[in-house]
Design a protein around this ligand. Sequence first.
Ligand code: TXA
Ligand code: MG
Length: 344
Amino acid sequence: MPSELPATIHPVTPDAIDRAAALLRQGRLVAFPTETVYGLGGDACDDRAVAAIFAAKGRPSFNPLIVHVARLADAKALARFSDKAGRLAAAFWPGPLTLVLPRAPRCPVSLLASAGLDTLALRMPRHPVAQALLAASSRALAAPSANRSGEVSPTTAAHVAQSLGAGAAMILDGGACPVGIESTVLDLSTEPPALLRPGAVTAAQIEAVIGAIRHDPVADTGSGPRRSPGMLTRHYAPRTPLRLDATSVEADEALLAFGPRVPNGAGKVLNLSLRGDLTEAAANLFAMLRALDAGGFARLAAMPIPERELGVAINDRLRRAAAAPDSLVEEAADGAIASHAADR
Ligand code: TXA
Ligand code: MG
């Protein structure tokens, strides 16, 4: 019911898209749905808009943002496309694959969006609302997931409102995100290309197009800017401690189940996919983590998820969510990262 929506949440209408586009052109921030998760978008070429994104998220400034474009030509104006990049864009765009590429010589994107790196992360989303907004604003949009840093990514407009409050001038409500897990991030500025974040497009799908890639970006040791800032250890953190690979549960635990064979005894159970479907599980992951986290249990327990297809990305997010809170380390004084840090 519209009367119950917070003032900033707007159903998607042509008029709402036009107003959101006007806000973006004025340097304001708009949260919008993509096929993966909701993004907090701002004009990627406007330093103040990009700074406002970091402020709204409470995000460490070393973690760069993905820039979203409407068309391949827009992407090619911003970054240097290799042959492999062109083939991947042809195969997977629009869709949930982000390509990290060298910035073009006179790339107008805010340097803050790249967080000091000489590369740019680019993606062309396939969600119709994201596409309509990109076209109406005629801007490239820097858009991280629309949550405060360290919280799980939002897959509904209500999650965005809970997490960011007034951080966005407007939230476009396009319903639940169909994929539910963030885009795959592939670094094409190195050879062989390196998978920085597993996601909806699998490594096998990528390798079918461009051949072998690295699956294991090396953990950074702490000096100099990170090559793979997406791999910070603790991400997607619920407030309640999370244990993984649970095959039995206690009454003071909330269980994130998977598949038909669920152990008895948990205080609460939500099943990612009763029929053991990894795509359905990915779409449910963040909403269910949020719901269990809100239940006031001593611990969250997650059942084992098979390490194949979208299970690779689901396990990556669960491992980050389970990393100990004391692995949180602030940005070091020199701008490099001392150890681990939280984001997303
Ligand atoms: O599905 C998605 O990608 C969503 C939706 C909104 O499009 N966006 C998203 O953005 O997840 P964000 O900012 O939460 O995650 C961006 C990831 C981070 O892990 C960041 O470190 C990495 O991409 N990244 C961005 N630019 C990079 C660069 N130049 N080099 C390496 N990694 C980069
Ligand atoms: Mg994020």
